[in-house]
Design a protein around this ligand. Structure first.
Ligand code: SAH
Length: 362
């Protein structure tokens, strides 16, 4: 059987061209776009202003719904919901819905698994399986908005995967998500988090976007970073910080630095002082994340006093810093943990799911 066409990843222009190719007038492309990206239709037969014949043709040749909900977990306070979705090819991905006072934020995955190998992260344990398409990223937002019934105002690409390792699909996703004819989420409300792929950071700076770039720093010197993140063998902190300066210069957007605090690894007062020196005078923001321990590794959460002390040192050095609010502590399985548990339960010999080619983890 021929593979179905992924029409939800097409821009409005591409979609219109496709519809014309199928022998229909251009405005049908606009209607179809509206159904998919604004009304978030899940079936072609809902599209009641399109001719029946076109709906049937689309049904046969195109994919509309890329995700099926497998399970969801709500926190007791109702502020956080984790969703596990099944993709068309059977792989599983996680997304998270979070309610804040300023709106609703959805955290999406950009890949099935990840090949970056960060030591403390559950998403990377089985390596990368594949990239997500733009439509699979969009559908995480669309489905969650449909299910929750509340408008999504913010999107963070901080779930499983390294978004800049799936650059072209990520860019399509951002353009479709922010398009006026779609959900029209403000670019300023989109954050893309990277472990620091330098060339792609530079490329992102030239795209004319107003999104926030977050760099997962997690260390105050190269040796400390190399112990936690294999990618640190490729790029030095000072090179990454220069790329961040270039990003700010080109886009006017200040950088967010993520720093997961791990007991005995990167949480000492000396690390805080070194970090303060690295970031002195920069227009930036530091997000401290108490590490979420994963059972496969021996990392521990820093003590509360240690976390406060780390924060105070940064503040005394006039660095903007917040401690990431721990949302839904009762369902706070570390990123990627829900998916791993599910896969392990569903298939104890999950060899097919996990493909280690091209991974950085060793
Ligand atoms: N690949 C992207 C997105 C990863 S997830 C990146 O590296 O930035 C978003 C953030 O959560 C990253 O900063 C990541 O390093 C961090 N993270 C992953 N697992 C974690 C854990 N168990 N505890 C705390 N932070 C974690």
């Amino acid at each position: 059987m021929e593979e179905k066409r992924d029409i939800k990843s097409l821009t409005k222009e591409e979609l219109t061209a496709y519809i014309k190719e199928c022998g229909y007038p251009a405005y049908r492309g606009g209607q179809l776009y509206d159904w998919m990206h604004r009304r978030l239709a899940e079936r072609f037969d809902q599209m009641n202003n399109l001719p029946g014949k076109l709906r049937e043709e689309l049904e046969e040749t195109c994919t509309l719904r890329t995700l099926t909900l497998a399970t969801s977990l709500s926190s007791a306070d109702g502020q956080t919901v984790k969703y596990l979705f099944r993709l068309e090819d059977g792989h599983m991905i996680e997304s998270v819905w979070m309610k804040y006072h300023h709106g609703v934020s959805v955290c999406i995955s950009s890949q099935v698994g990840c090949r970056m190998g960060c030591r403390f992260c559950a998403s990377t344990l089985g390596g990368k399986v594949r990239d997500l398409t733009a439509s699979e990223m969009l559908d995480q937002v669309y489905r969650i908005q449909q299910i929750s019934g509340e408008r999504v105002s913010h999107v963070v690409v901080m779930g499983t995967g390294e978004p800049l390792d799936n650059y072209d699909n990520l860019l399509k996703f951002i353009r479709l998500l922010t398009a006026e004819e779609g959900l029209h989420i403000s670019q300023r409300n989109i954050t893309v988090s990277t472990c620091g792929l330098l060339e792609q950071m530079d490329r992102l700076a030239t795209e004319g976007l107003q999104i926030t770039l977050a760099l997962s720093l997690h260390a105050s010197e190269d040796e400390e970073r190399r112990r936690l993140m294999p990618i640190a063998k490729q790029y030095q902190i000072k090179e990454l910080l220069r790329a961040c300066d270039r990003y700010l210069e080109k886009t006017g957007r200040r950088i967010s630095f993520e720093y997961s605090l791990i007991a005995g690894e990167n949480d000492s007062p000396e690390s805080a002082e070194r970090l303060s020196k690295l970031l002195a005078g920069k227009n930036c923001h530091v997000n401290l994340i108490p590490v979420n321990p994963i059972k496969e590794r021996n990392y521990r959460h820093s003590a509360a006093a240690q976390i406060m002390n780390f924060k105070n040192i940064l503040e005394n050095n006039r660095i903007n810093v917040t401690i990431r609010r721990e949302m839904g502590a009762d369902i706070n399985a570390a990123c990627g943990q829900l998916r791993r548990d599910y896969i392990h339960q569903a298939n104890s010999q999950s060899a097919g799911e996990e493909n280690k080619r091209g991974n950085y983890s060793s």
